[in-house]
Design a protein. Structure first.
Length: 167
């Protein structure tokens, strides 16, 4: 089960189970998806054709940015664990105690947008990681001060490698 926010008041409950039908807000969701390569897709849904391009993915915050028929759209997903933390009032506590940013996947550092000693707010862009021909903007998981940048421009990084430390 995922809860996906596509706008300030647009919330979608998506249920997907292995081998079962996908439902959106309790209704069966039947679609045809064809990968065209380089993050581009063709979608057929309810007799309509859609062109989709995946612009960026942030695995830490579970945020996708895509272009759907030329219109930019940001999607924020929460899985059952995120929803449970929200219900228990623990979601902000976990994010504010992060001391480092790790690479969510292997890739190449193509841009560093911060410097040591800089104060950042939650969601501020820190680095751009290129993986599988897609640029992923890695953002600050919480408020803090950059105490160390552990990578350089054009460095190849591995999944889980520490990229930035916070104080």
């Amino acid at each position: 089960m995922l809860q996906v926010r596509t706008g300030p008041d647009q919330l979608w409950d998506i249920d997907y189970r292995s081998g079962g039908p996908i439902t959106v807000n309790g209704q069966a969701f039947e679609w045809d998806l064809a990968a065209l390569g380089d993050g581009c897709y063709h979608i057929l849904y309810a007799g309509k054709s859609f062109a989709a391009e995946l612009l960026s993915v942030e695995y830490q915050t579970k945020t996708l940015v895509l272009k759907l028929n030329g219109q930019r759209m940001e999607l924020q997903a929460k899985d059952r664990f995120d929803l449970l933390l929200d219900k228990l009032g623990m979601s902000n506590t976990a994010a504010s105690k992060v001391n480092e940013l790790k690479a969510p996947m292997p890739g190449l550092i193509v841009d560093i947008r911060v410097s040591q000693g800089q104060v950042v707010q939650k969601g501020d862009p820190l680095l751009v990681l290129e993986a599988m021909k897609m640029e992923n903007i890695l953002k600050a998981p919480g408020e803090g001060t950059i105490s160390a940048i552990k990578v350089n421009l054009r460095d190849n990084v591995t999944k889980g490698q520490v990229l930035i430390q916070f104080s």
